[in-house]
Design a protein around this ligand. Structure first.
Ligand code: GLN
Length: 189
């Protein structure tokens, strides 16, 4: 099983390490030629969504990745990655891929005290959740499954082949979120 990790900016190295520790062949996606090989899933990491969005367009990666996701390629998106997938952003900012039927609020916990760790459920299993200037979901469409709610806020979701978490599972010792992602990739094979 092979997974490409978008490696333009942000916390991609942690995802690569985590995937490898789970026995998955992970590689970095830095340019168009990197996605010419076949792979079973893609990770959109945390970082700065505005920077990633700009680079996706500049490098010609936006259209082919959007096409792959729309055709059913399994995606695991964390933090800024969730922002890239959202159909709408609070405040009217323009969206990026827009393939998940949700509205997301960026930097939703405020700037300074906006980073914290907690333990809460992901798909019914307690996991550690590091939040770093995280977004949360303010509106979810009918086809969206809610995987995590923390303090009444939706922080992890799934829509068919796409999973998005507002927190950073790559910064914990827990593999629950990755195992869930692997399950989606296995089901598609
Ligand atoms: N605040 C970032 C953004 O808006 C997301 C933060 C993160 O990915 N840790 O893109």
């Amino acid at each position: 099983m092979r997974v490409g990790v978008l490696a333009l900016q942000g916390a991609f190295a942690e995802h690569v390490a985590k995937l490898k520790a789970c026995g998955i062949d992970a590689f970095e996606i830095r340019q168009l030629s990197d996605i010419s090989r076949s792979f079973d899933g893609i990770v959109l990491p945390g970082g700065e969504s505005t920077v990633m969005k700009k680079l996706l367009h500049e490098l010609g990666l936006f259209k082919p990745i959007k096409k792959l996701i729309s055709e059913g390629l399994p995606v695991l998106a964390t933090c800024a990655g969730m922002i890239l997938l959202a159909k709408e952003l609070e405040g009217g900012e323009s969206s990026c891929f827009g393939t998940m039927d949700v509205t997301v609020k960026r930097n939703a916990y405020g700037r300074q005290p906006g980073s914290f760790r907690c333990v809460d459920k992901f798909n019914g299993v307690f996991v550690e959740m590091p939040f770093i200037r995280a977004p949360y979901v303010t509106k979810a469409g009918k086809g969206v499954d809610i995987l995590s709610v923390h303090e009444n806020r939706i922080v992890a979701i799934r829509q068919k082949n796409q999973i998005a978490a507002a927190f950073h599972p790559e910064l914990t010792d827990n593999d629950t979120v990755y195992k869930y992602f692997v399950g989606i990739m296995e089901a598609r094979r």
